[in-house]
Design a protein around this ligand. Sequence first.
Ligand code: ADP
Ligand code: ADP
Ligand code: ZN
Length: 217
Amino acid sequence: MRLILLGPPGAGKGTQAKLISKKYSIPQVSTGDILRMAVAEKTQLGIKAKSFMDKGLLVPDDVVIGIIENRLKDDDSKRGYILDGFPRTTAQADALSKNLKKMGAEIDHVIDIEVEYNELLKRLTGRRTCRKCNEGFHILFNPPKKEWICDKCGGELYQRDDDREETILKRFKVYQEQSAQLKDYYGKNGRFFSIKGTGGVKGVFDRIISILEYDNS
Ligand code: ADP
Ligand code: ADP
Ligand code: ZN
């Protein structure tokens, strides 16, 4: 199963991708996670990417397309994957289509998660992530048992540098200008679904499962 999750920053793509990954045993492929790892390791890629990420801007297409092409060659991608945060521009979507064609593969479902602006802002400002296992939390909506400690592995939680209000506003703008049009791009084929991203993590997951299990288009 090959899946794309679309949606603005904070819609719950990462949260849902982790649950889908567990249920179907396919990897979550998050360009944001791959880039943050490169930043933490201070690789050449990381140093370049950081200057864009800190400003809330997209990392250039050629860089992200290269990352994805390499990642999808890995053995664990053979049975499928969940793309979380990619594609984010039409050029990225075109590159993905070309790559899939070359590999004789197709995307099975594109799911767009919709959440309104004020809720997104609350989600992003309260987001916490585990440094060790990458599990996601929220100080109000999904709080860890102990502040700043991961329930799952005991690792330290951190707040992302780009989850400050001014950078968040920039990211929303970038989303509207460069990524929102992907809904039309994929809306033209029958495997596109738009769902409500509110009502708790479990409620959203149930909506996704019903698409994955019952859509035969
Ligand atoms: P969020 O889940 O909050 O939308 P991500 O973790 O997906 O954030 O992305 C964080 C940052 O990483 C983005 O603001 C951007 O700078 C960079 N990034 C991630 N994915 C892409 C992509 N497909 N194209 C360009 N930049 C990306
Ligand atoms: P994205 O990957 O789309 O940027 P995340 O999955 O990281 O979004 O979610 C953003 C924040 O919102 C996280 O702190 C997460 O715990 C929280 N969150 C995710 N889904 C929900 C939901 N359905 N209801 C309330 N909070 C949620
Ligand atoms: Zn952890």
